[in-house]
Design a protein around this ligand. Structure first.
Ligand SMILES: [Zn+2]
Length: 406
């Protein structure tokens, strides 16, 4: 019940009314006072080694591990850029409340984020707190949720999950560009959406638009990419801002987003769907350069039950995403059993670099399945799937830095 304690800390910190759905005008001095109280309460709660810092213009409170201040600075810089860019592009109003960005020690992260939620980041709307285990694309995803939450509260609206997740996926795949803007890119999720269109398993738009949260989550592997791809389509047609504004203006008439789509794109949903599908099929998605091989970034030791994770490579996606834990036993990768380190290596390099694969794990005896993004490691020789010509797992995990953009 750690969350309960954290909630108490934050409730103590918040002044009356701070958690109400909308505050017309943020009182800057009051927000600043609250930010200090929140920062101090969380540092006290987390114990020795933590510090906090307030980004006053953006109303962000950073709570971080004191000797990891460089990571904190990187996060603060990136989130500052995204706060400005997303405000300019879509949300228009600054945060009316403080959002806390908590970057805890790995062990505290695992303690605070409920077991079974293997996410690398999480935004808790009731507490207006974002927890992240590092700098990676899920940080931008969750931060977009935080900004969007504020905007919905200001408008007294609750947007459907395809819009919420679609926007988060869109920004997650972008990178900061010159002039304080962000550049959108067709990343892994858009590539997945393209695959579903190619294979004929993309959802009809009317179905996607009407999904509630549980239905969306049931088909998460199709819904997330497709919602992101629809937002990416609007962005590419230079219609993202007008779609969002039209949607908000017509919220009373239609909450699904269909009306706004038809108004902004000037056709009915059936024609929009036809155009979107064709656009997806034509979309060029950058491929990884020749000479890369899939890379997981774990070091393992053989045990009687399978291979056990002993450490992670620095900056690998496994480390950043935090879904695989030290001492986990990896049972299979993409359906291939991995009883030995060699079998694990063979299974990984038979997958495409930067693809998302299903990994079956045993954690303290409990079996679970995760979706893990593989990195890409350069190889000196032409890549082949013949294991004997590949560098050893040790070599892959130690000598390379994956160039994952996702
Ligand atoms: Zn999300």
């Amino acid at each position: 019940m750690r969350w309960f304690i954290a909630a108490v800390c934050l409730n103590m910190a918040a002044s009356p009314g701070a958690s109400a759905p909308a505050i017309p005008q943020p009182d800057k001095a009051e927000l600043y006072r609250q930010a200090e109280v929140i920062g101090r309460a969380l540092v006290q709660y987390l114990g020795a080694g933590y510090a906090f810092r307030i980004d006053f213009p953006h109303h962000l409170v950073y709570v971080y591990v004191q000797d990891k201040s460089t990571i904190q600075l990187a996060v603060a810089k990136i989130l500052g850029i995204y706060a400005d860019a997303e405000q300019a592009m879509l949300f228009h109003s600054p945060l009316q409340w403080n959002v806390t960005i908590l970057i805890p020690k790995l062990e505290d992260y695992r303690r605070l984020v409920p077991l079974g939620d293997a996410a690398a980041g999480i935004y808790v709307p009731t507490l207006k707190i974002l927890l992240t285990n590092g700098v990676h694309s899920s940080l931008i995803h969750e931060f977009t949720h935080a900004l969007h939450h504020n905007d919905q509260a200001l408008a007294n609206q609750g947007h459907p999950i395809w819009i919420t997740e679609g926007l988060a996926v869109l920004f997650q795949q972008s990178h900061p560009a010159l002039g304080g803007t962000v550049q959108m890119e067709p990343g892994v999720r858009i590539a997945l959406a393209k695959m579903t269109v190619q294979e004929g398993c993309a959802l009809p738009l009317t179905e996607l638009l009407h999904k509630d949260q549980p239905q969306f989550m049931q088909e998460a592997e199709i819904c997330y990419p497709q919602a992101g791809a629809l937002m990416f389509y609007l962005y590419s047609q230079d219609k993202l801002s007008s779609f969002y504004e039209t949607y908000k203006a017509n919220y009373g008439k239609d909450r699904t987003g269909e009306l706004a789509l038809t108004m902004v794109l000037g056709k009915d949903l059936k024609d929009i769907e036809t155009d979107w599908r064709q656009w997806m099929l034509d979309l060029k998605i950058p491929r990884p350069p020749i000479g890369v091989v899939a890379f997981l970034g774990v070091k393992v030791q053989p045990t009687t039950n399978g291979v056990q994770v002993t450490s992670f490579s620095r900056s690998s996606s496994v480390e950043r995403e935090g879904k695989i834990w030290i001492n986990d036993i990896i049972l299979s990768v993409a359906g291939q059993p991995t009883p030995t380190p060699q079998a694990l290596q063979d299974a990984i390099i038979s997958c495409p670099a930067r693809s998302i694969v299903e990994i079956k794990l045993s954690r303290y005896g409990k079996k679970m399945t995760i979706q893990q993004l593989l990195g890409a490691a350069p190889v000196k020789e032409k890549p082949t799937h013949a294991p004997q010509t590949m560098p050893s797992l040790q070599g892959i995990t130690q000598s390379t830095q994956p160039a994952t953009t996702q």
